[in-house]
Design a protein around this ligand. Structure first.
Ligand SMILES: *[C@@H]1O[C@H](CO)[C@@H](O)[C@H](O)[C@H]1NC(C)=O
Ligand SMILES: *[C@@H]1O[C@H](CO)[C@@H](O)[C@H](O)[C@H]1NC(C)=O
Ligand SMILES: *[C@@H]1O[C@H](CO)[C@@H](O)[C@H](O)[C@H]1NC(C)=O
Ligand SMILES: *[C@@H]1O[C@H](CO)[C@@H](O)[C@H](O)[C@H]1NC(C)=O
Ligand SMILES: *[C@@H]1O[C@H](CO)[C@@H](O)[C@H](O)[C@H]1NC(C)=O
Ligand SMILES: *[C@@H]1O[C@H](CO)[C@@H](O)[C@H](O)[C@H]1NC(C)=O
Ligand SMILES: *[C@@H]1O[C@H](CO)[C@@H](O)[C@H](O)[C@H]1NC(C)=O
Ligand SMILES: CC(=O)N[C@H]1CO[C@H](CO)[C@@H](O)[C@@H]1O
Length: 320
């Protein structure tokens, strides 16, 4: 009887928050799979080298966020994603993006990345990701980095995880005061939550997106601490409603340039194609990437769940 009860309980648990996309790299996923975009990631947003030049599955070398361990044991590999001076993306039929350096993974399902979008961006869904510094390949906080985002075709972001000094033209005082903080920004680039990017620590995020009413809510924790709401449910009404407001789920390293005073005024305004980049090798570590529905709550880690739309008093860091 207790076995049956356990089965029923597990079934109920599994049904509570259906996982719509699992981007937690299983141990049988190989670096060769990254080269060919086999598995949960489309790896084409990168420079001219093969995907393994810019991304590596770390096996048992660096443990993933402990939040999703099963019986204390990791079930996924940490992913290293890096950029260097060759990380100039050339979009299909477009000009090389010399302003940026970027390596990004795009979530894809069995039928590809585009087919996944309507499955993970309907009703209310929650985007989970955990990020850690790569001490051997530090970022340069005088630049802006956009590292996790959902990008509709208009190039805006439904939400984004941002690091560094926000890009401005003309360039302001660098580094910006909040440069070393992980920042969650809404579609209109309002700061929703920020926290210091402490090294040797997994920073776990869950962004609840209500696609119908266009709201966002942020949950956050470190290492094995269960996720907690760190914002209220906030309007995000500048985001486009409907299918035009949906887009690929990206995570990786996108480094913006600084304005180059030697460029023409017009070129100084073209952040995608012009500007200063040092060409340094820099990177981040990722794990815990998945998207779930909220049929009966948000996975918070350690088998616990949080109710949808949890209200929480704003943290002091929000007003930083
Ligand atoms: C890894 O193993 C799982 C479970 O056995 C299987 O479903 C999946 O196809 C495998 N993935 C790869 C990339 O071999
Ligand atoms: C990925 O492709 C590059 C270039 O062809 C090759 O050097 C590398 O060995 C490949 N990696 C794997 C794991 O197959
Ligand atoms: C990447 O790997 C593929 C398949 O092995 C190969 O055809 C291609 O030439 C490689 N590209 C580079 C830039 O190494
Ligand atoms: C970096 O790449 C850019 C664009 O390809 C190139 O103009 C520049 O010379 C490179 N810098 C270094 C240090 O290789
Ligand atoms: C979205 O919500 C509608 C209305 O409640 C429901 O019929 C539909 O199954 C939901 N879709 C998903 C993917 O959850
Ligand atoms: C960081 O970027 C600034 C601005 O371009 C540059 O002056 C500095 O040398 C860079 N630092 C490193 C370590 O590359
Ligand atoms: C969405 O908005 C409608 C209309 O204002 C409201 O009735 C509904 O409760 C809202 N749903 C959520 C989840 O806030
Ligand atoms: C946090 C917040 O309220 N963000 C914005 C969501 O979108 C609306 C409409 O553009 C803005 O007015 C809010 O400031």
């Amino acid at each position: 009887m207790s076995f049956l009860f356990l089965l029923v309980a597990l079934f109920v648990l599994a049904e509570a928050t259906p996982i719509l996309y699992d981007g937690r790299a299983p141990f049988n996923l190989t670096n060769s799979d990254l080269n060919t975009s086999t598995g949960p990631y489309l790896t084409v947003v990168k420079g001219s080298q093969n995907a393994t030049h810019y991304s590596t599955l770390l096996g048992h070398l660096v443990p993933p966020t402990p939040l999703w361990n099963q019986w204390g044991v990791p079930t996924e590999q940490t992913i290293s994603i890096t950029i260097d001076n060759s990380s100039v993306f050339v979009p299909g039929g477009g000009a090389p993006q010399y302003g940026f350096r970027r390596t990004e993974f795009l979530a894809q399902g069995p039928a590809g990345h585009t087919a996944l979008i309507p499955e993970i961006e309907v009703n209310t869904t929650v985007f989970h990701f955990s990020v850690q510094t790569d001490p051997a390949k530090p970022l340069n906080y005088t630049h802006e980095y956009q590292v996790v985002f959902i990008e509709p075709n208009d190039g805006t972001h439904v939400f984004e995880l941002q690091l560094g000094s926000p890009y401005t033209n003309p360039t302001g005082t660098l580094p910006a005061p909040n440069a070393h903080a992980l920042k969650i920004r809404d579609h209109a680039l309002n700061l929703l939550f920020s926290t210091t990017f402490i090294p040797f620590t997994w920073h776990n995020f869950a962004i609840q997106v209500d696609w119908t009413n266009r709201t966002l809510a942020v949950l956050y924790s470190q290492d094995d601490a269960p996720l907690k709401a760190v914002t209220d449910v906030l309007p995000n009404l500048s985001a486009t409603a409907g299918t035009a407001g949906q887009g690929d789920f990206h995570f990786g390293v996108l480094k913006l340039p600084l304005v180059n005073p030697a460029d023409s005024t017009a070129d100084q305004g073209d952040v995608v194609h012009y500007g200063i980049q040092e060409g340094t090798t820099e990177g981040l570590l990722y794990s815990g990437v998945f998207v779930e529905s909220v049929a009966d709550g948000i996975s918070a880690g350690g088998g616990s769940f949080r109710p949808v739309g949890t209200s929480a008093p704003p943290l002091p860091s929000i007003s930083e």
